[in-house]
Design a protein around this ligand. Structure first.
Ligand SMILES: [Zn+2]
Length: 303
């Protein structure tokens, strides 16, 4: 039996808080090139977990934008908003194994603890009044320091994080009832059989928590590669919050050319007016993880 996609399954997972902007295009292109060059599958997941932050119609706008840039995905798009049962089942399993617990501490309590949650609700015996968050234990207690998660990032190299010191017992369901990103992303990466994750370095700090959760759930974690994120003149990551402009899909070729320049793949002069599909084909022959820049500072490359 031949393995579909050479055993490589990658994914791009935008949040529909607004239309696709240049920074997310660069991430999408990197993950697409890495997957397709390996002969792998490339999936899209819509991380629509937080309705108050989302913009009506943004998910469809993002998908149309990906298509306009010749970033064609395999299979069906997975929507996190339709995955609540799976997240609930995972939470129930973690609670039943006493790996997670309820907590009602407030933000100001955690600031008073020095910013890293000290696990005090683990020992709480009295009943809670009102809504609770659910936290995951990052160590087994009993004075053990807890695991140091180490991994070799495909782009950043060797990384490690001591979870108890760096983040403490972290939230997997929020007090308002919303599932936390760290839980949903792992449950979905397992469901979709993701083997390789190429994404922005703003998520590097989340990776140890996610690997920890994979291992608790008895699953092998995927390989991770974090590319530098595109920043604006003030050094801020391009995002809706920092005022990044929506991509103009009618200029897909120019957008793709600019994205490839960010990835150290400047197209030659004869491809100056080429469309996105031609540019992607050209880049597929040349993509190299080790050719990536450490920083992608840019003044608006499209202006
Ligand atoms: Zn607490």
């Amino acid at each position: 039996m031949t393995e579909v996609g050479n055993g490589y399954t990658g994914r791009f997972a935008p949040s529909p808080t607004g239309p696709l902007h240049f920074g997310s295009l660069v991430t999408a292109v990197a993950s697409y090139l890495d997957a397709r060059q390996a002969g792998g599958r490339w999936l899209v997941r819509m991380e629509d977990l937080d309705p108050p932050r989302e913009q009506a119609g943004a998910a469809d706008t993002i998908l149309r934008s990906l298509e306009a840039h010749a970033l064609h995905w395999d299979g069906e798009v997975l929507y996190q908003s339709q995955r609540h049962d799976a997240y609930s089942r995972c939470l129930d399993r973690l609670l039943a194994r006493r790996l997670a617990y309820h907590c009602q501490c407030r933000r100001r309590d955690i600031i008073a603890m020095g910013g890293v949650y000290d696990g005090r609700c683990r020992r709480r015996t009295e009943a809670f009044d009102g809504a609770t968050a659910i936290r995951l234990k990052v160590d087994t207690g009993g004075g053990e320091p807890g695991p140091v998660i180490t991994f070799t990032d495909l782009i950043q190299g060797s990384c490690s994080q001591q979870l108890a010191a760096a983040v403490g017992d972290f939230i997997i369901r929020r007090k308002d009832g919303l599932f936390a990103y760290q839980l949903a992303v792992v449950v979905d990466d397992i469901e979709q059989g993701i083997t390789h994750i190429i994404r922005g370095s703003d998520l590097l700090d989340s990776t140890a928590r996610q690997i920890f959760l994979f291992r608790l759930l008895g699953q092998a974690e995927p390989l991770y590669g974090h590319i530098a994120v595109v920043v604006n003149k003030r050094g801020q990551k391009l995002s809706k919050q920092t005022g990044a402009a929506a991509l103009d899909d009618s200029r897909a070729g120019a957008n793709m050319g600019a994205a490839l320049r960010c990835l150290n793949l400047p197209p030659p002069a004869e491809l100056h007016d080429a469309g996105a599909a031609i540019l992607l084909q050209w880049a597929l022959q040349r993509w190299r993880r080790d050719g990536l820049p450490a920083v992608m500072a840019t003044d608006n490359p499209l202006s």
